[in-house]
Design a protein around this ligand. Structure first.
Ligand SMILES: *[C@@H]1O[C@H](CO)[C@@H](O)[C@H](O)[C@H]1NC(C)=O
Ligand SMILES: *[C@@H]1O[C@H](CO)[C@@H](O)[C@H](O)[C@H]1NC(C)=O
Ligand SMILES: *[C@@H]1O[C@H](CO)[C@@H](O)[C@H](O)[C@H]1NC(C)=O
Length: 970
C-alpha cells in the first residue's frame, strides 16, 4: 500500500516523461513533414533558400530517425513544438494551399509578410487554434477573407495590408475580442464597415484605409475606447462622424482623408490631449474648427484642407510647440493670419491657400524659421510682402499668388538659398524685380506674372540654371531687352514673357534652351528673327503676335531676310551675329551684346576664382556615416594599387576597399577630368545626398562621396559577384547563371530603370546602362550601378560627349542629338537584355544607327518578321539568340524568354518614338501581379506625399524618390 503510494507517482512521472518524448517526436515529425510539403509547393528558387528545411538535417543524438525542424530557417519551437514561423521579405513565391495548418496547430506566431505569396487565404488557416499573431501583409493574396477567421479568437494581431483581397470585411472578425491590431489597409474590400467591429474592445489600431468601403462609420466605433490609431482614409465612406466618436479619448493618429464624409468634426477632438496627427482632408466636412483643437498642444500634423469648413479662424488656433504640418487650404475660412503661427517653432509647412483670408501677412512669420513651405495663395491678403520672410532660410516653396499684395518684392527673398518655387503671380506688386532673386540657385519654378512690375529683367535670373518647370514674368510692365543670359536656362520647359514692353531681339542664345517646350513672347515690342530650336519653329503664331517686327518661319510671321537665316544655322551664332553687321542689326545691339559677353566672362572669372580658393583647401571630405574617410580608403587600397582594382567603368576605376571598420565597399575613383568635388558645392552635395538615400533592391547603394585634391571618390556598397558582363564572359559562371536567374536579372534591371524613370522626381536617366554597370549580389539579384552619376557630373555644365555611355549600348540618336532621354536608357536596356539571353553582346545582330537590325527587318533570312510569333510558339526561339552554353529552356521559361526577346527587339528600334517606355516593359515583364502592386504602392506613395503626409513638403527636392514598400506607417 505504502509502496504503491510512492511508486504510483513515480511511475506516473516516468510515463508522463516517456509520453512526452513520444509525442514530441511524433508531433515534431508531423510538423516537419508539413513544412517540407509546403516548401515543395513553392517556386523552385525558394528551394535553395530554404535548404535547411530538409529531412537530412537536425538529427538528434537520442534518436537519429527524428527530423528536428527547430533549427530550420525561420522556425521557432517551444517544448519541441513548432510555435513560430517567421519568414519575412525572403522572396517566397507560391500559395498557402499546400500549407497543412492542422499539422502545425501549435503555431502561435506566423509572419510571412513582404513576399510574393498569392492565391486565396485558405479557410483551414482557422485550424491554427493557438495563433496570436498573423501577418501576411505585402503579398499578392486575392479573393475573400475566410469567414472562419472569426474562430481564431486567440489572435491579438492580424495584418493583411497591401494585398489584393476583395469582398466584404467579414463581420465574424468582430468575434476576435482579444485583437489589439486589425490592419487590412490597401486591399480591395467593398461594402460597409461591419458594426460588429465595435466588439473589438481591446483594439488599439484599426487600419482599413485604401479600400472601396462605403457607408458611414458605425456608431459602435465608440466602444473602441482604447483605440490609438484609426485609419480609414482613401475609401468611399459617407455620412457624418457619429457622436459616439467622442468616446475615443486615446486617439493619437486619425486619418479620415479622401472620403466623402460630411457634417462637422467632433467638437471634443483632442479631449484626451494626446492627438498628434489628424487628417480630414478632401471630404465634405462643414462647420467650424472644433474648439478642442485650440489647446491641442500634442498636435504634430493637422490637415483640414479640401472641405467646406467656415468661420473666422483668426483666433481658432493656438500655439503648437511640436506641430510640423498645417494645411487648411481649399475651405471657406475667413479672418486673418494669426501671428500665433510664428510661435509654432517646429512648423515646416503652413498652407492656407484658397480661402477668404483677409488682412496682412504678419511680419512675425519670419520667426517660424523651420518653415519650408508657405502657401497663402488665393485669398484676399493685402499690404506688402514682409521682408522678414527673407529670414526663413529653410523655405523652399513660397506661394503668395492671387492676393492683393502691393509694394516691392523684397530683395531679402534673395537670401532664401533653398527656394525651389516662388510664386507671387496675380497681385499688385510693383517696382523692379530684385536682382537678389538670382541668388536662389535651387529655383525650379518662378512666377511673377500678373503684377505691375517694371524695369528690366535682371540678367541674374539667367543664373537660375535649375529653373525647370516655369519662368513666368508675363503681364507686367517690364521693359528693355531680354537678357541673353536667359539662354543658359537649358532645363527650362515653359517660358512666358508675354504682355510686357520688352524690346530688341529675342537673344539667339535661346537656341540652347533644349528643354523648352512652351514659349510665349507675344505682346511686347520685340523684333528680328526667332531663334532656332524646335520650340520656336513649332510654336503657334499666338506666341509671337503683338510684337514690333518679329520674323521667322511661322505662318503669319514675315520671313526673315535670307542672310540672317543662313548665319543662324551656324552653331556660333552669337559671334556671327556680332560679326555680321550687314544684316542691319544696329550698332547699339552690338554694344549690348558685347557688354553682356563681358559680364558673362566676369561670371566665369568669378567662378574660376572660387574654384581656386577651394583647391587651397587640400582636404575636403564629407560623408554620410562619418566613417568613410578618404585616408581609410587610401590605406585600404594601398594608395589605389592596381591589385585592388575590380573594374574600369565609364567614369573611372573601381577598387575594392576593406575599411578599418571591416566594412567592404566599392570605391569609384573618378577620372580627373570629371572631378567635380570642388566645383559643385551645395548642389552637388544635395544631389549626392539624394542619391545616397535611394533604396531599391535593384540599385547599388551609394554610401557617400569623398573629395580630395587629386581625386574624387564615390563610395558604393560592394557586391560579391561583380559585373554581369564579367560573369557572362566566364564559361563556368555563365553556366551558373541559369535561365531562371537570367530572366530574374533582366526583370531586376527593368525594375531599377522603371523606378528611376517614374518614381524619382525629377526622373533620373542613367545614360550608361551596360552589362558592366549591372552588378550581381550573392543571390544573383541584379543591381544597377552608377545611377545618377551622369547627371551628378553634369550638374553645372559638362561635355555631354564625354559621358555618352558605353560603345555598343548607345542609342543611335545620341550621335546627333546629344540629349540623353529615357528612351536612350530603353535602348541600352534592350541591348543588355539580348546580351543576357544570348550570353554575349548582340552587336552582330544590331547594327547601330541603321535600320537593318537583323531581327527587326523582315528582309533577313533568320529574321522573325513578326515578333509576336515568338511569344506564341516559344520553342521557335532561334538558337542564335540563346546562350548555347545552357540547355534549351523549359517551356514555361521559354515563354518568358520569348516575351523578353520580343520586348528587347522593340527597345532597340532606331526610332526612339516607337520604342516602348520602361513602364511598358516592366508591365509586360510582370503581368498583373508585381506591377499592380508596385503601381498601387506608387500611387499610395505619391498620394501620401501629396494628400496626407508632411513628406509633401520635401517632395520637390532634387531626386527624391518614393520609397517602395513603406506603406505600413500611415
Ligand atoms: C480545418 O479547417 C477546415 C475549415 O475550417 C475544417 O473544415 C477542417 O475540418 C479543419 N481540419 C481539422 C483537422 O481540424
Ligand atoms: C475675425 O475675428 C477678428 C477678431 O477675432 C476680427 O478682428 C475680424 O474682423 C474678424 N474677421 C471677419 C472677416 O469677420
Ligand atoms: C469673402 O469675404 C468677403 C468679406 O467678408 C465677402 O464679402 C465675400 O463674399 C467672401 N467671399 C467668399 C468667396 O466667401
Amino acid at each position: 500500500m505504502m509502496l504503491n503510494k510512492i511508486l504510483f507517482p513515480l511511475f506516473f512521472c516516468i510515463l508522463f516523461h516517456f509520453s512526452f518524448i513520444f509525442n514530441f517526436a511524433d508531433a515534431n515529425q508531423q510538423e516537419a513533414e508539413a513544412l517540407i510539403k509546403w516548401k515543395q509547393s513553392l517556386h523552385s528558387h525558394n528551394q535553395s533558400f530554404l535548404s535547411s528545411w530538409s529531412r537530412s538535417t537536425g538529427f538528434t543524438a537520442k534518436n537519429s530517425n527524428v527530423i528536428n525542424p527547430c533549427h530550420w530557417l525561420g522556425v521557432g519551437c517551444e517544448n519541441g513544438y513548432v510555435t513560430r514561423l517567421n519568414l519575412t521579405n525572403v522572396g517566397l513565391t507560391g500559395t498557402l494551399y499546400a500549407f497543412n495548418f492542422s499539422s502545425l496547430s501549435n503555431l502561435t506566431f506566423l509572419d510571412l509578410h513582404d513576399n510574393n505569396l498569392f492565391g486565396n487565404i485558405p479557410s483551414s488557416i482557422s485550424n491554427l487554434t493557438k495563433l496570436t499573431s498573423l501577418h501576411l501583409g505585402n503579398n499578392q493574396f486575392t479573393g475573400k477573407l475566410p469567414l472562419e477567421l472569426g474562430k481564431m479568437t486567440t489572435l491579438t494581431y492580424l495584418n493583411f495590408i497591401n494585398n489584393f483581397l476583395s469582398g466584404h470585411i467579414p463581420s465574424s472578425l468582430g468575434n476576435l475580442t482579444s485583437l489589439s491590431h486589425l490592419i487590412v489597409g490597401n486591399n480591395r474590400f467593398v461594402g460597409t464597415i461591419p458594426p460588429k467591429l465595435g466588439n473589438l474592445v481591446s483594439l488599439k489600431e484599426l487600419r482599413i484605409n485604401l479600400n472601396n468601403l462605403t457607408g458611414p462609420l458605425p456608431p459602435s466605433i465608440g466602444n473602441l475606447r482604447g483605440l490609438k490609431v484609426l485609419s480609414v482614409y482613401g475609401n468611399k465612406l459617407s455620412g457624418s462622424i457619429p457622436k459616439e466618436f467622442d468616446n475615443l479619448t486615446n486617439l493619437t493618429l486619425c486619418f479620415f482623408s479622401n472620403n466623402t464624409i460630411s457634417g462637422s468634426l467632433p467638437a471634443k477632438l483632442c479631449q484626451g490631449g494626446i492627438l498628434q496627427d489628424f487628417c480630414a482632408s478632401n471630404n465634405r466636412f462643414s462647420g467650424t474648427v472644433p474648439k478642442g483643437l485650440k489647446n491641442c498642444t500634442s498636435l504634430t500634423r493637422l490637415r483640414l484642407d479640401r472641405n467646406h469648413f467656415v468661420g473666422n479662424i483668426t483666433e481658432d488656433f493656438g500655439v503648437y510647440p511640436v506641430v510640423d504640418y498645417i494645411d487648411l487650404s481649399y475651405n471657406n475660412f475667413e479672418g486673418e493670419i494669426s501671428s500665433n503661427w510664428a510661435r509654432c517653432k517646429n512648423m515646416t509647412s503652413l498652407k492656407i491657400s484658397d480661402n477668404n483670408i483677409t488682412g496682412k501677412i504678419p511680419p512675425e512669420l519670419g520667426l517660424a524659421t523651420k518653415l519650408q513651405y508657405l502657401d497663402l495663395s488665393s485669398n484676399q491678403l493685402v499690404g506688402v510682402i514682409p521682408k522678414e520672410l527673407g529670414n526663413l532660410k529653410s523655405l523652399f516653396n513660397l506661394t503668395l499668388s492671387n492676393n492683393k499684395l502691393i509694394g516691392n518684392i523684397p530683395n531679402e527673398l534673395g537670401n532664401l538659398l533653398d527656394l525651389a518655387s516662388l510664386d507671387l503671380g496675380g497681385n499688385g506688386l510693383n517696382g523692379t524685380i530684385p536682382e537678389g532673386i538670382g541668388n536662389c540657385l535651387k529655383m525650379i519654378n518662378l512666377n511673377l506674372s500678373r503684377n505691375s512690375l517694371s524695369g528690366v529683367i535682371p540678367w541674374q535670373i539667367g543664373n537660375l540654371v535649375n529653373l525647370q518647370v516655369l519662368l513666368d514674368l508675363s503681364r507686367n510692365s517690364l521693359s528693355g531687352e531680354i537678357p541673353l543670359q536667359l539662354g543658359k536656362l537649358d532645363s527650362l520647359e515653359d517660358l512666358d514673357l508675354s504682355h510686357n514692353n520688352l524690346s530688341g531681339q529675342i537673344p539667339s542664345t535661346f537656341d540652347q534652351m533644349q528643354s523648352l517646350m512652351s514659349v510665349d513672347m507675344s505682346y511686347n515690342n520685340l523684333e528680328g528673327p526667332l531663334p532656332d530650336g524646335k520650340v520656336f519653329t513649332n510654336a503657334p503664331l499666338e506666341s509671337f503676335m503683338g510684337n514690333k517686327a518679329l520674323c521667322g518661319n511661322i505662318t503669319g510671321l514675315m520671313p526673315c531676310p535670307r542672310a540672317l537665316n543662313i548665319s543662324k544655322r551656324n552653331g556660333k551664332d552669337l559671334v556671327i551675329l556680332i560679326m555680321t553687321p550687314i544684316i542691319g542689326v544696329g550698332a547699339s545691339l552690338c554694344i549690348i551684346v558685347a557688354v553682356a559677353l563681358y559680364l558673362l566672362k566676369g561670371v566665369k572669372r568669378e567662378k574660376t576664382r572660387r574654384i581656386g580658393s577651394h583647391r587651397e583647401n587640400m582636404f575636403s571630405i564629407w560623408s554620410f556615416d562619418g566613417k568613410l574617410v578618404y585616408e581609410d580608403i587610401n590605406e585600404a587600397t594601398e594608395g589605389f594599387d592596381t591589385k585592388y582594382c575590380i573594374g574600369v567603368g565609364g567614369h573611372g576605376t573601381v577598387y575594392k576597399a576593406v575599411l578599418s571598420t571591416g566594412q567592404i565597399v566599392a570605391v569609384k575613383k573618378l577620372k580627373t577630368a570629371q572631378n567635380p568635388g570642388f566645383v559643385k558645392g551645395k548642389n552637388f552635395e544635395a544631389e549626392i545626398e539624394a542619391l545616397s538615400k535611394i533604396r531599391h533592391r535593384n540599385i547599388v547603394k551609394l554610401n557617400g562621396f569623398c573629395s580630395h585634391a587629386q581625386h574624387s571618390l564615390l563610395v558604393y556598397e560592394y557586391l560579391e559577384r561583380g559585373s554581369l558582363g564579367k560573369l557572362l564572359g566566364n564559361e563556368k559562371e555563365a553556366r551558373e547563371l541559369d535561365w531562371e536567374k537570367r530572366v530574374n536579372v533582366i526583370k531586376g534591371i527593368a525594375n531599377a530603370l522603371c523606378y528611376m524613370h517614374y518614381d524619382c522626381s525629377p526622373p533620373i536617366i542613367h545614360r550608361d546602362v551596360s552589362s558592366n554597370n549591372v552588378l550581381l549580389d550573392r543571390d544573383y539579384e541584379a543591381r544597377v550601378s552608377d545611377f545618377g552619376t551622369a547627371r551628378l557630373l553634369c550638374l553645372d555644365s559638362c561635355n555631354l560627349t564625354e559621358l555618352a555611355g558605353t560603345y555598343g549600348y548607345i542609342a543611335p540618336e545620341l550621335a546627333y542629338t546629344m540629349k540623353p532621354t529615357k528612351k536612350c536608357d530603353v535602348y541600352s536596356f534592350g541591348v543588355v537584355a539580348l546580351e543576357v539571353i544570348r550570353g554575349s553582346h548582340p552587336g552582330d545582330l544590331i547594327s547601330p544607327s541603321s535600320s537593318s537590325s537583323v531581327y527587326t527587318s523582315s528582309s533577313s533570312s533568320s529574321a522573325i518578321s513578326d515578333t509576336s510569333l515568338l511569344e506564341n510558339i516559344p520553342n521557335l526561339i532561334p538558337k542564335d539568340l540563346l546562350d548555347t552554353r545552357l540547355p534549351y529552356p523549359s517551356s514555361g521559361l521559354a515563354h518568358e524568354i520569348a516575351i523578353i526577346i520580343k520586348l528587347a527587339l522593340e527597345c532597340i528600334k532606331d526610332d526612339p518614338h516607337v520604342r516602348p517606355t520602361m513602364q511598358y516593359v516592366c508591365h509586360q515583364l510582370q503581368p498583373t501581379r508585381k506591377l499592380a502592386l508596385s503601381n498601387s504602392i506608387g500611387k499610395i506613395m505619391s498620394w501620401n506625399e501629396g494628400e496626407c503626409s508632411s513628406e509633401g513638403a520635401k517632395s520637390m527636392r532634387s531626386s527624391s524618390c518614393s520609397s517602395g514598400h513603406k506603406v505600413d506607417i500611415v
